[in-house]
Design a protein around this ligand. Structure first.
Ligand code: CO
Length: 174
């Protein structure tokens, strides 16, 4: 099986794919899995993001990509990511999202998480992240469940984002 890389592109709110629960991959992975991940990384880098989830690239499948390195030369592609541990301690940091251009707001996240999944070869992998990396994992995995960071804003954050969201809905081409 191959996925259509040419059909992939950044999806912006209120694209319904962002509200849709993404499907898990089954093994063996698609033959062009690496090209799919690379395309997601290209979209992410083009828009200076640190992470991107499948639905944001028009793919309702459980895959995320990320690169938290300063030089943007440590790309990761993680398939069927799952949070297997989340610390009780939480932190509140400002987030943004490529699918919600120019909107930012504070979100409470677990300070540390452990995440399992597969790499593009279908091998089991595990990551431990804290701080920005932990928030990124929670943000991207939320996308796979149809949840965006704006859904997790507090009352003030939601109020601040309201007009921007309305503007995005008005300019959405469908
Ligand atoms: Co996002």
């Amino acid at each position: 099986m191959n996925l259509d890389v040419n059909a992939m592109g950044l999806r912006i709110y209120p694209d319904p794919i962002l509200k849709t629960k993404a499907e898990a991959f089954s093994l063996p992975l698609p033959e062009n899995m690496e090209a799919v991940g690379q395309k997601m990384l290209d979209i992410m880098n083009e828009h200076q993001g640190i992470g991107l989830a499948g639905p944001q690239a028009g793919l309702s499948l459980r895959v995320i990509v990320f690169d938290l390195s300063e030089d943007r030369n440590e790309p990761h592609i993680l398939i069927n990511p799952e949070i297997v541990y989340a610390s009780k301690d939480k932190v509140k940091e400002e987030e943004g999202c490529l699918s919600f251009p120019e909107i930012h707001g504070y979100v409470i996240r677990h300070e540390k998480v452990k995440v399992t999944g597969y790499n593009v070869k279908g091998e089991a992998v595990e990551y431990e992240g804290e701080g920005l990396m932990a928030a990124m994992f929670q943000h991207e995995i939320d996308h796979l469940d149809g949840i965006a960071f704006v859904d997790r804003l507090g009352t003030t954050g939601k109020m601040k984002a309201k007009n921007m969201l309305e503007a995005l809905r008005e300019s959405y081409a469908g």
